[in-house]
Design a protein around this ligand. Structure first.
Ligand SMILES: Nc1ncnc2c1ncn2[C@@H]1O[C@H](COP(=O)(O)OP(=O)(O)OP(=O)(O)O)[C@@H](O)[C@H]1O
Length: 372
């Protein structure tokens, strides 16, 4: 797959005054978004996040100031070219209801005049990238998808023309917390491959901490209250307003800074679902984790249930939640609560990689507290 890596975005003294409004919606905003990073705009409703972001792809024209994308003046780039360079994903995906999934993803390549074969191949590739099987989903309409699936299509559509820049306006705002966590993990996994420059807008400080290489905490009229790495903001909020955003429980929030891939994982006793129960050596383990043919976790089985069983199929209780290597320890903590014990960690194909337990999380909190 061709990948256009991120390019720098620069906003210089950018102001937006909507017609008929006394106050500017965005007042003298200057910022450099480094190439290949995720910068998250976080701030209260109405502070100007969306207006600021939309000026980058010229859905909104600035009243004054300059914006450059990869060193070129955004106001001078022709609209087709700008579409190719800047992908856009929004809340509730913004899919066209009368277009199929494939047609939605094909919109920008189509506008850019790609030939049919290339578009079709790209649609398949994008669907694979966001974890939707083209055979199953390509011909469905948006209303035949779950909220999380719609968001995935929204991301696939934004990435279809391989833009170096991606703008995401609360793209995961309308889904339940578990799906949201998974979509965030997927975005981080994609980003390790794609290295796009991403500007991401959210209300949710925890989401900002999880996703951002840098966070811009914005106040009224898009004033930058603090622009720094998540660790720096958590450790040293610039003022009371930022501190208010960081909120209570900073040490618990710091769990959002640590990834599952950064801690030592435990191992559960595992067996394939096709194995004979009598061949499973339990040793001191009280639970067995049953995996499917492709090593994906299926069910937890208690030692007692194993004694009388003739097959592993359907035994025990299903695994309800798992985390990936990109997940945060906070996600892992939530999965532990859902699972009532260890959380299972899976790899890129959903395969079992290990487990994480409460002791590990406690140790990380203690270490973070000691260094804060
Ligand atoms: N088309 C418009 N005409 C006039 N005023 C507008 C227009 N769009 C936005 N505004 C005003 O500009 C300000 C900034 O709005 P904007 O949508 O950028 O904020 P936001 O931080 O993205 O808010 P939210 O988090 O609620 O989406 C608000 O006061 C809003 O009322």
């Amino acid at each position: 797959m061709s990948v256009a890596e991120g390019i720098e975005i620069r906003l210089d003294h950018v102001t937006k005054r909507y017609p008929g409004q006394q106050a500017a919606a965005v007042d003298d905003f200057s910022m450099v978004v480094p190439a290949g990073e995720i910068v998250v705009f976080v701030g209260p409703s109405g502070c100007g996040k969306t207006t600021t972001m939309r000026m980058i792809n010229r859905l909104i024209e600035p009243t004054s100031g300059t914006i450059t994308i990869g060193g070129e003046d955004a106001l001078k780039i022709d609209p087709d070219d700008l579409r190719r360079r800047v992908g856009y994903a929004i809340q509730q995906a913004g899919l066209f209801p009368h277009f199929t999934v494939a047609q939605n993803i094909a919109i920008v390549p189509g506008l850019l005049g790609w030939d049919k074969k290339k578009v079709a191949a790209r649609v398949d590739e994008m669907m694979d990238l966001v974890g939707l099987d083209p055979g199953e989903f390509a011909d469905r309409f948006p209303r035949q998808l779950s909220g999380g699936q719609q968001q995935r299509v929204g991301v696939a559509r934004a990435l279809a023309a391989d833009p170096p820049v991606l703008l995401m306006d609360e793209p995961f705002g309308a889904v339940d917390p578990i799906t949201r966590g998974h979509l965030q993990d997927e975005l981080l996994r994609l980003q390790t491959e794609l290295r796009k420059t991403i500007v991401f807008v959210t209300h949710d400080f925890d989401e900002a901490v999880k996703l951002g290489d840098r966070i811009a905490v914005l106040g009224e009229r898009s004033t930058i209250l603090q622009y720094d790495t998540p660790d720096a903001i958590l450790a040293n909020p610039a003022d009371d307003t930022v501190a208010g955003f960081v909120g209570e429980g900073a040490s618990l929030k710091a769990l959002t800074l640590t990834r599952v891939r950064d801690v030592e994982l435990g191992q559960a006793l595992t067996a394939k679902v096709t194995a004979e129960p009598s061949t499973v050596e339990l040793a001191d383990e009280r639970y067995l984790l049953v995996l499917d043919e492709r090593d994906r976790p299926l069910r937890w089985v208690h030692a007692k249930e194993l004694e009388r069983a003739t097959s592993l199929r359907g035994l025990g209780r299903p695994v309800q939640d798992s985390v990936s290597l990109q997940s945060t320890l906070r996600d892992a903590l939530e999965a532990m609560v859902t699972e009532g014990g260890r959380a299972i960690v899976t790899g890129g194909r959903g395969e079992y990689v290990g487990t994480i337990d409460l002791t590990t999380v406690t140790e990380v909190v203690q270490r973070l507290r000691a260094t804060a």
